[in-house]
Design a protein around this ligand. Structure first.
Ligand SMILES: [Zn+2]
Ligand SMILES: [Zn+2]
Length: 230
């Protein structure tokens, strides 16, 4: 139950921030959105970040969070107050504001991570934030599938998925050195090698996808299994 207690702690922290940050007339709106997302860890990170560093002189409550993009468990989200719109990038442990939806240049590195050359090309593809779906809707679908290889809860990942946990070292299976140690060779060279590795994996006790398992971050793309020893 550790996870739930942590969520509750974040919610309480946001409630406190809202009390100080938001004008009285916006208070109910802020509470309503918080209520809607109180079990969504990623959205809570966005709310916490927004209310702890509100743009100067704006005491506005957030009224909506929309889903723009997801890549390997990291989200690009839009948030709006009714009069202002911002872009956030968020995972389960942190969120960061990339500035106003239409106004600011954003962080080029993060935009590139989601496949946009720059903010201009982002806006060419998404001129208006209002058309995106509510994050609460897309979250329901996403959180029950592996964010990288899309298997369901309880299923084994596709071999090479960057989310899969190594049963030997509890690290990232596609990147650790355990397969070479287990197979006592420096390289995986053939389909037979791969098959043998999968068998060793099953014998050891392969770790299936579970809800809440995210990618190891930062990740350099999902390039599959690394085939030679580091
Ligand atoms: Zn997976
Ligand atoms: Zn390992």
């Amino acid at each position: 139950m550790k996870e739930q207690r942590e969520l509750q702690e974040i919610v309480e922290e946001i409630e406190l921030l809202v009390r100080y940050a938001v004008s009285e007339e916006d208070y109910d709106t802020a509470k309503e959105l918080l209520e809607q997302y109180r079990a969504n860890r990623v959205a809570l990170q966005v709310l916490r970040e927004y209310y702890s560093s509100l743009p100067e002189a704006r005491e506005e409550a957030l009224s909506r969070i929309v889903h723009i993009h997801m890549r390997q468990g990291i989200f690009l989200l839009g948030v709006s107050t009714g009069t202002h719109e911002y872009i956030f990038f968020a995972g389960e442990d942190e969120a960061e504001c990339l500035g106003e939806y239409l106004e600011d240049d954003g962080d080029p590195e993060i935009l590139a991570y989601f496949g946009y050359a720059d903010k201009k090309s982002f806006l060419q593809r998404h001129p208006a934030m209002a058309v995106f779906k509510d994050f609460s809707e897309t979250w329901k679908i996403n959180k029950t599938l592996c964010p990288v290889c899309s298997v369901a809860i309880g299923e084994y990942h596709h071999l090479g998925c960057s989310v899969e946990i190594c049963p030997w070292c509890q690290g990232q299976l596609s990147r650790c050195n355990c397969r070479f140690d287990q197979m006592q060779q420096e390289e995986i060279e053939s389909d037979e090698d791969l098959k043998r590795f999968e068998e060793l994996l099953q014998q050891k006790g392969r770790i299936a996808f579970q809800e809440g398992q995210g990618p190891f971050y930062p990740v350099a793309g999902n390039d599959g299994l690394v085939l030679s020893k580091k």
